[in-house]
Design a protein. Structure first.
Lengths: 309, 284
């Protein structure tokens, strides 16, 4: 795990690679947000892009209309995303399992619809363009891809550490307790609604950070980022990598984004291939890449044990 | 104007009912939200279009749409869903993956341009009702939905299979211990839902359009209907369809910028007040 983290740090000066890594990171933030909820709570939320979109749009609107700029636009964006997620979190709190997935699908579509139809605010399908990257406290000009890369890398690693700390804390244990049996947790006296809600907020927080980076990097914001397509891709990326692991979600995102780029050179219909891959993964390897890795390592250990006898 | 909007609302409600009732029954019994349902609809639309063009018979188109989609639904249930029975998350994910695959496959086969199915000669034209010109086709959709509604109601209430389905929706475990081949019932309901979706697709394709994206749009509306109406409830589906159909129609006419938001608002309210939906019957 540590080795993986170390290998991300050096970059080779290849512009394409840097751009790909940046993309993997801001989409990855959504994927790890999803994985956090899915792995710890067992809830598959198709609403993760909503926080992404709210923070992204808010920031884009504030910046292009010159109302607020960095860092205040970022703060307002994240806070607004958190407020809306708080509200949504209350609404879906009582549901679980399949019903939850269905609800988040519907609510995600609601957000998409509002963004699409509120043309006066969000410019509909055209999206908002012309967002410039900020000077970061005179330390670095984020205009250059390299400095942007290091900046997002730092924030990304902080988010991963944050999630790892939460997962390995008593809060994480409580979350997994709710996943195993919510009724038992209630009987033990835990406020499961609050626990779940806090988990939503954490997930939305991470996702909203992704939205900020997305807008700053690309310079625009459009409804596609929170379409059903986007939600489903986040879920697929997470499940590919293995929902029980944060690193898995990152790997999964890496694979999906790479596949997207490579396949779109060949055909427009890469979604079909991703769909088939997804089906194969959930049938044969429900724990994703990390699951396969675990199986291989267990197999390897058994092999070594046999040999040493 | 008001009357016309009302009638459009009823027409939409009728179409949504045919879609949602299959979705609701299969959820009630199988506890799966069949996300492929939307793709079934669109598939039905394309097949209806294709068969209509090939045979010049609209009725044949609809029938073909229903049958082909039913076959696909059967295959989906038989090969994939049976393997993961008992793990609802996995089942839903499978239906989702199939929805993505079918939806993209449709673009591969038929291209991305929106198409419509032409209304057959018999159903063209208007009828004047008070001061509104009501297309005969709208009346047809409404009557057809009523027919389906009545037929399903009769099957559910008056036949043995209907009884088994209702029992299964209410309490699946006990029903399966009664020695009934519940697997067969599952397959039957799932396939029937597919059949209805296919027909809805062909009919809807004539009323609305056949285009990529319609599958997710209609699926979302159908989900709204069953969330409001109540999971597993037949009567709830009727009420839900009418509510959503009306909001859709009135919203589009009077406040088009917020029409979608208006459709989701009652869902939000229902979730907070009655999470099971107005007439929800699911015990788990």
């Amino acid at each position: 795990m540590i080795a993986l983290i170390l290998s991300i740090a050096p970059n080779f000066g290849n512009t394409f690679l840097i751009i790909m890594l940046i993309r993997i990171m801001y989409y990855g933030l959504m994927a790890i947000a999803f994985s956090f909820l899915a792995g710890q709570l067992g809830l598959f939320s198709l609403m993760v892009p909503v926080a992404f979109g709210v923070s992204g749009y808010t920031m884009a609107i504030l910046e292009t209309k010159n109302i607020l700029i960095f860092p205040y636009s970022v703060l307002v964006g994240i806070i607004l995303a958190l407020i809306i997620s708080a509200f949504l979190g209350v609404m879906v709190n009582r549901s679980k399992g399949t019903y939850f997935l269905m609800l988040t699908l519907v609510l995600g579509q609601l957000a998409y619809a509002i963004v699409l139809q509120w043309v006066s605010l969000t410019k509909g399908t055209t999206g908002i363009t012309g967002v410039n990257r900020p000077y970061l406290l005179n330390i670095a000009n984020l205009g250059k891809n390299v400095s942007f890369y290091y900046f997002i890398l730092v924030v990304f690693i902080i988010c991963i550490i944050l999630l790892y700390v939460l997962i390995n804390s008593s809060f994480g244990v409580k979350l997994r307790g709710v996943r195993e049996s919510e009724s038992r947790m209630i009987m033990l006296g835990y406020n499961t609604s609050l626990i779940k809600w806090v988990a939503f907020m954490v997930s939305s927080f991470v996702s909203s950070i992704g939205g900020i980076f997305f807008v700053y990097f690309i310079g625009l914001m459009n409804p596609d980022a929170i379409s059903l397509n986007a939600s489903v891709k986040v879920m697929i990326a997470s499940i590919f990598g293995g929902i029980n692991s944060i690193i898995g979600a990152i790997i999964g995102t890496g694979i999906i984004k790479t596949v997207e780029i490579v396949l779109s050179w060949i055909t427009q219909r890469y979604l079909l291939i991703i769909g088939v891959m997804f089906l194969i993964v959930i049938l044969l390897a429900p724990n994703g890449i990390m699951g396969i890795a675990e199986r291989i390592s267990k197999f390897g250990t058994r092999l070594f044990k046999k040999n040493s006898k | 104007m008001l009357l016309m909007t009302f009638i459009n609302g009823l027409t939409m409600a009728a179409l949504l009912f045919i879609m949602a009732v299959g979705l609701n029954l299969s959820f009630g019994l199988l506890r799966i939200v069949n996300l492929t349902h939307g793709s079934f609809y669109l598939l039905g639309g394309y097949i209806g279009l294709y068969v209509y063009k090939a045979t010049e018979s609209w009725i044949f188109g609809i029938a073909a749409a229903g049958i082909v989609v039913a076959i696909i639904a059967f295959i989906e249930e038989f090969t994939l869903l049976r393997r993961v029975r008992g793990k609802p998350t996995l089942e839903t994910l499978i239906t989702l993956s199939l929805a993505i695959i079918i939806s993209d496959l449709l673009i591969v086969i038929w291209g991305g341009n929106p198409k419509t199915i032409k209304i057959p000669e018999l159903l063209k034209g208007y009828v004047t009702l008070f001061d509104a010109n009501v297309p005969i086709y709208n009346i047809f959709i409404f009557c057809f939905a009523c027919f389906i509604c009545l037929t399903l109601w009769l099957i559910l209430q008056k036949t043995k299979i209907g009884m088994i389905i209702r029992a299964g929706v209410d309490n699946f475990e006990i029903t399966s211990t009664l020695g009934i081949n519940i697997q067969l019932v599952f397959t039957l309901v799932f396939t029937a839902a597919g059949f209805l979706a296919g027909i809805a697709g062909a009919i809807g394709g004539t009323y609305l359009m056949v285009a990529p994206g319609e599958d997710w749009r209609i699926l979302t509306y159908a989900l709204l209907v069953i969330i409001i109406g109540g999971m597993g409830s037949f009567g709830g589906t009727i009420v839900g369809s009418i509510i959503i159909g009306m909001i859709f129609s009135f919203g589009n006419v009077y406040v088009p910028q917020f029409s979608l938001f208006l459709m989701f608002a009652p869902v939000a309210i229902t979730l907070v007040i009655r999470p099971k939906g107005l007439f929800g019957r699911i015990t788990s």
